[in-house]
Design a protein around this ligand. Structure first.
Ligand code: 5GP
Ligand code: ZN
Length: 116
């Protein structure tokens, strides 16, 4: 199980590992994905460790509002406001690889549906 000590996104949130930050708030941080799948590919994370949308910590009232506001700010900061996608992979079958909740903000090209 991932602990905060060995969680890569906790280490980014604390500043221990550098990241290309595009926007930030009190509760969240938005930084560019290391392996972008679109011209804009930003990850929006809570500063505190929450494993995924399935984590009870993600159910706190207001928590999701802050993260969604972070996505909107990230879209504005990267010039894709008005046309972008927000997705969060949850658990192995959902395609989640990093076990710290993150919302992908993708934009800058036409998105297809359904996603793979
Ligand atoms: P997941 O598959 O868990 O939804 O997405 C994890 C994402 O984190 C991937 O898109 C991957 O490229 C990105 N990623 C993994 N390690 C790092 C890192 O150290 N820095 C940054 N900026 N992105 C990372
Ligand atoms: Zn973490």
């Amino acid at each position: 199980m991932t602990t905060e000590q060995d969680c890569i996104f906790c280490r980014i949130a604390s500043g221990e590992i550098p990241a290309d930050v595009v926007a930030e708030g009190l509760e969240w941080l938005a930084f560019r994905d290391l392996s972008p799948q679109a011209p804009t590919h930003v990850l929006v994370i809570p500063r505190g460790h929450v494993t995924s949308l399935d984590d009870p910590g993600a159910g706190v009232i207001g928590f999701g509002d802050a993260l969604l506001a972070g996505c909107r700010k990230a879209a504005e900061a990267t010039g894709v406001a008005g046309g972008y996608r927000v997705v969060t992979n949850t658990g192995p079958e959902g395609g989640q690889e990093v076990m710290h909740l993150h919302l992908h903000v993708l934009g800058g090209r036409q998105m297809g549906w359904p996603p793979g």
